[in-house]
Design a protein around this ligand. Structure first.
Ligand code: IPM
Ligand code: MG
Length: 369
């Protein structure tokens, strides 16, 4: 089996954490019966300096035929300093839209070994295993009209639009219902239908889909402000959380508090299958570019490495490989290896690169064991 994985390291801590994820991919290439063609391409500031665009045109179009795309991070001072026009074409939102990856899955798992790291009580976060299903191609991120202008009275104004059509809501809800059905059968759909029309429609569409196609899934509607509180107060009640683009963005960071660090959250964004059975898949660590800690070798590469596990599962149906990688990560954490973001007590911190090396060593030991 040979597949093409396009790797776009990007900016900030992106290149550092992606280097470790690639190390792990290469380990699987060498030691297991899986063969990837790994194609690393410059992205963002790096690409702009070489080619004058965020992403080369041929790479941009090849994102559609790749079996998987592994994306590091984008943003930060160097990105901000690019000319405004250069920041539009090929930016992360444009990539997500271009690949039509509307279904963003963000699994959140509490690791026992990290119970001393989270700021929440161990008994509250212990055994949490939930997935945020975030709509990624619509909502306020893309809604029109948008922009800035000056009113007739000379007052500065900014406008964005929270808009969803019923089919857009239905397709993301279907993904969430299906996932809940495979898991523990609970779906929380998040909205603000007590105030906003878009969310009234959201609730109606989700309710109708549940009644007609997923009567076996227990559907709970939850208002976003209450949901935020419940995620911190009693996260164990959640199995699958369905949210629109912006709410999903916020709630997934919040849920990150459960693991103790955003450095522990991977994500996959999926399109529908086309007529040839191919679909686009974009793998990104949730943490973003974290410019404040970039180039210091201290970023946590585990979210990026976990993206490789998600890739095996969602793009290549290699669940055994995912299991092996998950076990290896657990071993490394139990053994007390920590980057500074997940450091606690007397454990010393290790570098980004050492963390990648530890995962590879744990893989080798498990593979022989
Ligand atoms: C995320 C990030 C992005 C988003 C930014 C970098 C555009 O916060 O993936 O969660 O808002 O979608
Ligand atoms: Mg975010």
């Amino acid at each position: 089996m040979t597949v093409e994985v396009i790797v776009l390291p990007g900016e900030g801590i992106g290149p550092e954490v992606i280097a470790e994820a690639v190390k792990v991919l290469e380990w699987f290439q060498k030691h297991r019966d899986v063969h990837f063609f790994i194609r690393c391409e410059p992205y963002g500031v790096d690409a702009y300096e070489k080619y004058g665009t965020l992403i080369k045109e041929d790479v941009f179009s090849d994102l559609l035929s790749a079996d998987a795309v592994l994306f590091g991070a984008t943003g930060g001072p160097a990105f901000d300093a690019l000319p405004d026009e250069a920041k539009i074409s090929g930016n992360l939102l444009a990539i997500r839209k271009h690949m039509a990856v509307y279904a963003n899955l963000r699994p959140v798992q509490a690791y026992d070994a990290l119970s001393d790291v989270t700021s929440l009580k161990a008994e509250v976060v212990g055994n949490v295993d939930l997935v945020v299903v975030r709509e990624l191609n619509g909502g306020i991120y893309f809604g029109e009209p948008r922009g800035r202008d000056i009113t007739a009275a000379g007052i500065e104004r900014g406008t964005n639009t929270l808009v969803y059509t019923a089919p857009e809501i239905e397709r993301i809800a279907r993904v969430a219902f299906n996932l809940a059905r495979e898991r523990r059968g609970h779906l929380h759909s998040v909205d603000k239908s007590n105030v906003l029309e878009t969310y009234k429609l959201w609730r109606e569409v989700v309710t109708h889909l549940g009644e007609t196609e997923f009567p076996d899934v227990l559907l709970h509607h939850i208002i976003v402000d209450n949901c935020a509180m419940q995620i911190i107060k009693n996260p164990k009640q959640f199995d699958v959380i369905l949210a629109d683009n912006m709410v999903g963005d916020i709630l997934s960071d919040l849920a990150g508090a459960i693991t103790g660090s955003l450095g522990m959250l991977p994500s996959v964004s999926l399109s529908n299958f086309d007529e040839n059975g191919h679909r686009c898949a974009l793998y990104e660590p949730v943490h973003g570019s974290a410019p404040d800690i970039a180039d210091q070798g201290i970023a946590n590469p585990l979210a990026a490495i976990m993206c490789v596990g998600l890739m095996f599962e969602h793009s290549f149906q290699l669940s055994k490989e995912t299991e092996l990688l998950t076990k290896a990560i657990e071993k490394v954490l139990v053994a007390g290896f920590r980057t500074p973001d997940i450091q606690a007590g007397s454990l010393g911190a290790i570098s980004t690169k050492c963390m990648g090396d530890e995962v590879v060593q744990a893989l080798t030991r498990l593979n022989h064991g």
